[in-house]
Design a protein around this ligand. Sequence first.
Ligand code: EPZ
Length: 423
Amino acid sequence: MDKFIINGPTPLRGSIAISGSKNAALPLMAAAILGDSPTTIRLVPKLKDIYTFNNVIRVTGTSVQFDEEYNSLTIDSGNLGFAEAPYELVRKMRASFYMLGALMGKTGEAKVSLPGGCAWGPRPVDLHLKGLEAMGADIRLEKGYVMGSFPGESVPGGVYELNPSSVGATVNLILAAVRRAESFTIKNAAKEPDVVLLCDTLAKMGANIKGAGTDTITIQRVESLKGIETSNDPDRIETGTYMIAAAMHPESSLTLTGCKPKDLGSFPDQLRKTGAVVTINNDTIQVDAPESIKPVSIETQIYPGFPTDLQAQWATLMTQAEGTSKISDNIYFDRFSYVPELKRLGANLSVKENCVTVSGPSKLSGTSVMSTDLRASVSLVMAGMIADGETEVLRVYHLDRGYEDLEDKLNQSGSSITREDGD
Ligand code: EPZ
């Protein structure tokens, strides 16, 4: 398993191009299965999770061609003959569960493994299943698999309210409904940009969807969907990650290109409260670090609130702030596995229930730390970039799931990160 050797402290100066969004691409790939002709998606990042999902989709007989040179993915479900998603693949990546909605939408039935555990949790799928049943589907659980089917070509549909709002459940219910439910309304639907892009893309394929980006989405059934050429969005979480990284060291000045600033919701203003100067110009964002970082407490919320996927990264920044801050995660109540690792580097933070209290500034000094999940890993890399001396971040395969060319992008902007064969 690879590890990173990071020497710090180093400022970030230069320009980083933002890659396609992992969390927006995965629903688009599932949606492509619903088309009666091939769909090509541009700006697909070369990430482990994308390759994993390619293999999950291929199990059904659907062809998936990934042109890595152009980050372009073509999906053709013309030969789909096996409406299943097996445990050995689904357990590698939770979003494989989108195959339930896609296969039920396409073929009227599906056998999909329940997702495995996660580095934090619980991460249930009860809303996905109850929503499908509310739509008119038969749902059975058998030996760790969900057996879903529609009793006929179409079902009446109905109304289902998500509580809490869920990105994944919203995606799965949309995928199942567009070709199967006469009329289906999702209340308290997710408003994340990933969901808006999915709805816009399905509409281009011929779907009838109203309310994308609001908390009420209504789908009217269409007989068929056609394949299209379309583009993925830039990754808003990668963008936010590098914006936070650029605020950590007083000499940093970083330009991010190929961004979609409006997808960042309230985040840029939160970052400005630390004293960082954030300049947005079309698809370019420049972050100039403050002389000293003001402590800013945050609470994660559904979009357009502060994203839970930036919570760990924010904690790393707050270890350098002049004072105390509180970071509460209202989406996942135990997404703090990075805390003991940051403490090994010399940070002063403590967790109580779903809130971490950070007292800064702390002088961080390099040592070995362990990645536990995707966003916790990147918070450790960021800490290594401002720690004195050498930091070893183990099990960086977590990073390879969600950050395309991370060390190259950071090294081109002044970091000193070397990838080595790990333990
Ligand atoms: C998506 O996960 C993202 N993953 C996550 O990003 C992100 O953290 C999360 O949304 C929240 O924004 C992808 O898009 C592939 P949810 P998802 O269903 O859909 C509860 C990353 O780092 N819930 O919106 O699984 C759940 O427990 C990943 O890129 C139920 O109770 O998240 C949580 O508290 C990590 N029952 C809340 O809803 C359900 O059936 C939000 O989860 C489903 C969810």
